[in-house]
Design a binder for this molecule. Sequence first.
Ligand code: SF4
Ligand code: SF4
Length: 477
Amino acid sequence: MPTIFIDGREIQADKEQTVLEAAIANGCELPYFCYHPALSIAGSCRVCVVQVEGRSWVEIGCNMPVSDGLRVLTDSDLVREHRAAMLELTLLNHPVDCGICDKAGECTLQDYHYKYNGKPSVSVDAKVHATKYHELGPRVILDNERCILCSRCVRFTREISKTNALGIQQRGDHSLVRASEDGAFERDAYSDNVVDICPVGALLSRSFLHRARVWYLEPTPSVCPGCARGCTVQVWHRKQEWKLHALDPAKNTRIERVTPLDNPKVNGPWICNKGRDLAKVFERPRALQPMLRGSPVTLDAAVAAARDLVAAAKRPVALVSSWGSNEEIAAFAASLGARFAGFVKQDHVAHPGDGVEDHLLRRPENHPNCAAPLARFPAWNGTLDPVADLVLVWGEGSVRLPEGAKVIRLDSYERPELADADVFIPISIQTERNGRYTNFEGVVSAFSRCFAKADAVADAEALFAALATRSDREAAA
Ligand code: SF4
Ligand code: SF4
């Protein structure tokens, strides 16, 4: 382990690290734009400069390997002067349109300018103009005037998504990021990650474009239910203190955007585009009204009717959701697991483009929690015992019922067959509760509540205990 000194502070570095990586790992502040821990070194932005003690020049920290006894300065007069000059160059043609830029509030160029330069431009020439609105594809918009040519987006498509979909054309201040002409960027299932890694507001998500200022939002940690990888994500929504009173109240409880939550055990800093579109999954029309054969009733009446059906059943079968949390599945097993013949039903229903496996993250299973329910119950083969007299269907999907069997449905989203159930009980969705999923490799990840559930909606974990008799619980124990 080489010992290095950063501004006189002794640091035990890893021998594979660069000076910038050792500085970041040990809480020493060094600015950077083009460096990204998951990408190759480009060394183009030149703001991570350091001065080796005794030398009269500066060098970039992102490409300087550590060596035993190395002594570097990150705040010498020479470093400060060079860093300020590089920021001035970076800003030479950058428009100061932060007021309409979605990156404002998260832009490192903004932050570094105020921290390390802060002076007005000394240029007397007009800024060079470039394309202000260029569609890189249906999901990502490029503002070339804001681009600082760090090449992170280009390296992402070469090294991570491996589509080689982006490149840089021309030279000097005419340089432009452009997509390859064969449409590879449009087909890149991970394309939206370039929006996160762009250090400025050059790459913008069409779905988030001018939708909200980021300082009105907050992230809640969650897990993408799109496939069995179970990527950890941040679900962004409006802060309670910035709640809107005059406009549509639904804007206070909608998902504004979804970004990756860096997790080395599961997804690293990336997610696929399907994970970005979780609002389309969670914000489908909800089923919020408990019903007895299609007639609205209170939640208490529906739970009482379901409990009577459970108590009277001789051969009950349960289709257990693979979208249920570990806690809900454990609650079902503890309360009703002995009474019901349980089978794991795939939940949720496949959408176009689902069921793909690739080199990076995507898995063919369309549901988030295969491992936890399959550890307790066998997979459902699509048929039901013809003499079953009660079927509890938990979650989405069509089921062919045995003749004469009663049915209890637990679901969250509107669908016609809910009105045919003897008892329908609406249940909360992932954004309305806390829980955990176990992914296909056995890694457990937690998700947290960001919105309150409606009063008539049940929490499945509590519901299973309410449906069981004491003898059911004793038998399951
Ligand atoms: S668009 Fe963003 S990520 Fe790509 S080169 Fe320009 S500044 Fe870097
Ligand atoms: S790889 Fe799977 S879990 Fe990860 S973001 Fe995509 S759909 Fe969601």
